[in-house]
Design a protein around this ligand. Structure first.
Ligand SMILES: O=c1ccn([C@@H]2O[C@H](COP(=O)(O)O)[C@@H](O)[C@H]2O)c(=O)[nH]1
Length: 286
């Protein structure tokens, strides 16, 4: 049996081939309406197919938001499975934004559902929540290691409401987010590019020093509809090598013309790749 190439390496190599952006697939009611698509599972699948076609070859990875498919029940889950298959067939990695996270035994079941090769909803990486205790995520790590998959654990999310809980101090004085990052550093130990990354919003203004030494990708949502810009990426993330910006509604807003969506992807890739290119000497030495 061959050992699967770890997700971190696969993402790194795909970024080198394409650009530094993750395109989100969020079939919101508003965007389906703007695209003259029905607000149902079929509409969501057609919307997703167009975003995939416009993104293929331009970006390394797409990020379907599970909630926008699940709202249509079983048909929506089938549309999500079809979307995952279509993206893979188009040569894209798939990062499922599902933010799962529970006690360890249940996390093992989630990991089987999303990270096991050949599972109907099997993806390359997924978002997970550490709210039940970061160590409860161990089953996700076990399956991810076996399958060459990756995780993005919520550390500092892009929404302002999360500030209080994610910067709350634990008994040793470190913040909740710092504990998440310390745990991730341990999972990535010994790797140049690990597979266990975090979510750290492009909208977050506080210190990004905690990201040093993570040796894994940082998914940075918040560009576009939530107000962050490429300049914010450059300013907030001092070491851009591992930053993977993601944006959803700002890309959909260019549609429904496929050509216009593809052009929006091209422009956003260029802006993000440029913003994150400079690596200062003192950062690269860390
Ligand atoms: O901290 C987080 C984590 C995840 N998200 C998700 O990303 C997209 C953002 O959509 P935009 O249209 O680019 O605002 C959405 O699916 C969120 O659930 C996030 O925004 N922030």
């Amino acid at each position: 049996m061959t050992t699967p190439t770890p997700f971190g390496i696969r993402l790194h190599d795909a970024i080198e081939r394409t650009g530094r952006l993750c395109v989100g697939i969020d079939p919101t009611a508003r965007d389906l309406d703007a695209w003259s698509l029905p607000d149902d599972a079929r509409g969501a699948a057609r919307f997703a197919a167009a975003i995939i076609e416009a993104s293929a070859g331009q970006v390394p990875v797409v990020k379907p938001q599970a909630a926008y498919f699940e709202r249509f029940g079983p048909d929506g889950v089938v549309a999500l499975a079809d979307t995952i298959r279509l993206a893979h067939a188009a040569g894209l990695l798939v990062l499922l934004d599902a933010k799962r996270g529970d006690i360890g035994s249940t996390n093992a079941a989630y990991a089987e559902a999303y990270l096991r090769a050949g599972a109907p909803l099997g993806v390359d990486a997924m978002t997970v929540s550490p709210v039940a205790g970061v160590a409860s995520l161990a089953p996700f790590v076990d399956v991810a290691r076996a399958e060459g998959a990756g995780l993005f654990v919520l550390a500092r999310t892009s929404n302002p409401e999360a500030y209080a809980s994610q910067t709350a101090r634990e008994t040793d004085g470190g913040t909740v987010a710092e504990h998440v990052l310390a745990w991730l550093r341990a999972q990535n130990a010994g790797q140049d590019v690990g597979s266990f990354g975090c979510v750290f919003g492009a909208t977050v203004d506080d210190s990004h020093d905690a990201l040093a030494g993570l040796h894994a990708f940082v998914l940075a949502p918040g560009l576009g509809a939530q107000g962050a810009t490429a300049d914010d990426l450059a300013r907030r993330f001092r070491d851009g090598r591992f930053v993977l910006p993601t944006t959803s509604r700002a890309i959909a807003a260019a549609g429904p013309s496929l050509r216009a969506v593809a052009a929006a992807v091209t422009d956003t890739v260029e802006a993000c790749t440029d913003a994150l290119r400079p690596v200062r000497v003192q950062d690269s030495a860390r």
